[in-house]
Design a protein around this ligand. Structure first.
Ligand SMILES: [Zn+2]
Length: 179
């Protein structure tokens, strides 16, 4: 299980999540093969038809103008936090650590592998925002949860492992000091 640990020099809390080291890096694959990003990638877990590569679909926001979904909330295959176990601290004093209790979900923002927030219509963006909001509201009500935040990595240099447009939502059992 992952852990929160406090940096003794800065006071900052960080999450140590060893399992995230085994994420596939689709950007490296895309870069190696060159060319533009495909609208559909048979190896991408977020593309329609590849649901067998996803852990669980939690919720979907349908498209307004066509059949199918516009945005999906799914479990993270490589979560940095887990709702299993007890959120109580381990150890005392400077050695104190916190179990990596919480939730780490993914919001797939389009069925298109090559889309981006900047290319979506207003209607599509509304569906994405509605999905962010419903995901936030559900996580905020869960026991022990003190803070919920949305973040989005875009592009290879940000550390995003998948090309397909997506955001991530984390729910933690503590309020990060900077928040
Ligand atoms: Zn995709």
């Amino acid at each position: 299980m992952s852990e929160y640990r406090q940096d003794a020099t800065t006071g900052a809390w960080i999450i140590i999540a060893p399992a995230r080291g085994s994420r596939p890096m689709a950007w490296r694959h895309a870069e190696a093969h060159g060319g533009p990003i495909a609208a559909y990638d048979p190896a991408c877990p977020f593309c329609p038809g590849n649901e067998n590569l996803l852990p669980t679909i939690i919720a979907e926001t349908p498209m307004k103008v066509a059949p199918g979904w516009q945005a999906r909330e799914v479990n993270n295959k490589y979560p940095a936090l887990s709702p299993e176990g007890d959120p109580k601290p381990i150890g005392v004093g400077p050695q104190m650590r916190l179990p990596g209790f919480g939730y780490h979900e993914v919001i797939v923002e389009s069925p298109r592998n090559d889309a981006d927030l900047t290319t979506l219509s207003d209607t599509e963006l509304n569906a994405v925002a509605a999905t962010y909001r419903s995901c936030f509201n559900v996580l905020a009500q869960r026991p022990h949860i003190e803070s919920v935040f949305l973040f989005r990595n875009h592009g290879r240099d940000s550390g995003a492992s998948l090309v397909h447009p997506h955001a991530q939502m984390m729910a933690t059992a503590m309020v990060p000091p900077k928040t």
